[in-house]
Design a protein around this ligand. Structure first.
Ligand SMILES: Cc1cc2nc3c(=O)[nH]c(=O)nc-3n(C[C@H](O)[C@H](O)[C@H](O)COP(=O)(O)OP(=O)(O)OC[C@H]3O[C@@H](n4cnc5c(N)ncnc54)[C@H](O)[C@@H]3O)c2cc1C
Length: 393
């Protein structure tokens, strides 16, 4: 006899693990989570795990604030640890974006985010080691920080297991079978599972899984390089997280001596379908990132490259996530296309998807905004006060 589940979640990254936990905590019944490799084996395990609330769209700002609150109270809310470390976040933009920064920070404050605009003099006071070259607008968020992505996903998974989520590690979903009443079955390399509800949270591989139902989700795999920079011995206390949209890089402290440097534009990488392969970065890409760090911290000419690695973003045409039901296929839901900013959202991703499935509606935001159908309907997400540089909000 075929196995039966109330909900099958495909993917054990931070999104799928959070969804499994939230479904179980809302009494969704028998929840099976399929992960082909290991918890956090995909983009999650490569994530810089910056947790910020600076977004140009109010829905994303609200979602990231709700998620930040979970990271701040992780042991109490989820159980276990996410390694969250408050470091503060500076967002640097050019003078052409000054009005947009002011409008977005005003929107953030209205939502309840602790944020303010800084003058260049205030920026210098906060971080005197920084060059202000090209900077015309600055936002500051003292509560933002970074976490440990593998620990966070493992904690979501463990919280789910405690509530009865049946986690199948090493099992690959091959196809989703759809009948006249919607989703019917998931075919896996460990047999088939009858179900009326499936959530696909398989990162870039979500695209091919949905293809088996005839639905085309436009996802583009963009491989990014992260350079780990060893700061010079005289640097002093670690810097805040810096989203330097002027030079197109972000600088995220790691421990007391290192800085992770990555590109701030989600499309500033190389298209690569082989997302599972662990590729070494090109030396020229690493060197370019180190140069951006040294240019922003001019006294850091002695900073050196410790090592580098790569990881792949699953990018959508509007660089915003895809969350919620697939139009025309009852019971099929998606949580993918995070375009390089899905870690910070993962606690709220789980909550929104579980609310949609169990209660029929997500509470915090209207999931219609993030619908998988928005690309075909040409309803891309855009912000009133978007910046002049390509970012994910
Ligand atoms: C280099 C890098 C830096 C980043 N920095 C940040 C950051 O600072 N802040 C931030 O918020 N976000 C960041 N991100 C983005 C963030 O890490 C991702 O958006 C997030 O981890 C996506 O999680 P996920 O669970 O949706 O996907 P994934 O982590 O990719 O998980 C998908 C899982 O599905 C499994 N899977 C795939 N196909 C199948 C199948 N057929 N059957 C079963 N299992 C399957 C995979 O093995 C994988 O474990 C970064 C990403 C990268 C690559």
């Amino acid at each position: 006899m075929a196995e039966v589940a109330d909900v099958v979640v495909i993917g054990g990254g931070c999104s799928g693990s959070s969804i499994g936990w939230q479904l179980a905590s809302r009494g969704a019944g028998r929840v099976v989570l399929l992960e082909k490799t290991a918890i956090a084996a995909g983009a999650t395990g490569r994530s810089s795990a910056v947790v910020r609330t600076h977004y140009t769209h109010p829905a994303l700002a609200q979602m990231s604030l709700a998620a930040l609150r979970v990271f701040e109270n992780f042991a109490e809310v989820v159980g276990g640890d996410a390694g969250f470390h408050r470091a503060g976040l500076l967002v640097l933009l050019g003078p052409e974006d000054a009005e947009a920064v002011a409008a977005n920070v005003a929107m953030h404050r209205e939502i309840g985010i602790d944020a303010c605009v800084l003058s260049l003099a205030e920026l210098h006071q906060l971080e005197p080691r920084l060059s202000v070259e090209g900077i015309g607008a600055v936002a500051w968020e003292p509560r933002s920080g970074y976490a440990d992505p593998v620990l966070a996903a493992a904690s979501f998974a463990e919280a789910g297991r405690r509530l009865g989520v049946d986690q199948r590690i090493g099992v690959t979903a091959h196809a989703l079978i759809v009948g006249t009443r919607g989703i019917q079955r998931v075919e896996t390399d460990g047999g088939s599972i009858e179900t009326r509800t499936v959530v696909v949270a398989a990162g870039y591989r979500t695209r091919e899984l949905l293809k088996s139902t005839g639905f085309d989700l436009p996802l583009q795999p963009i491989r990014h390089t992260i350079a780990i920079v060893q700061r010079s011995t005289g640097f002093g206390a670690p810097h805040a997280i810096i989203s330097d949209r002027v030079s197109g890089a972000y600088f995220r402290p790691e421990g007391t001596e290192l800085t992770l440097v990555g590109a701030s534009s989600p499309l500033d990488g190389t298209e690569d379908e082989a997302v599972e392969i662990d590729r070494s970065p090109a030396p020229a890409d690493e060197a370019a990132l180190v140069r951006r760090f040294c240019a922003r911290f001019p006294r850091e000419e002695r900073a050196s490259l410790r090592r580098g690695y790569t990881g792949v973003y699953d990018c959508t045409p509007d660089l915003q996530p895809v969350l919620g039901p697939v139009p025309g296929i009852d019971g099929l839901h998606v949580a993918a296309g995070f375009s390089g900013h899905g870690f910070k959202l993962s606690p709220i991703t789980g909550e929104l998807i579980a609310q949609q499935i169990v209660d029929g509606r997500a509470m915090l935001v209207d999931l219609g905004l993030f619908s998988p159908g928005r690309f075909a309907a040409q309803r891309l997400i855009s912000s009133t006060h978007a910046y002049s540089v390509a970012t994910h909000g």
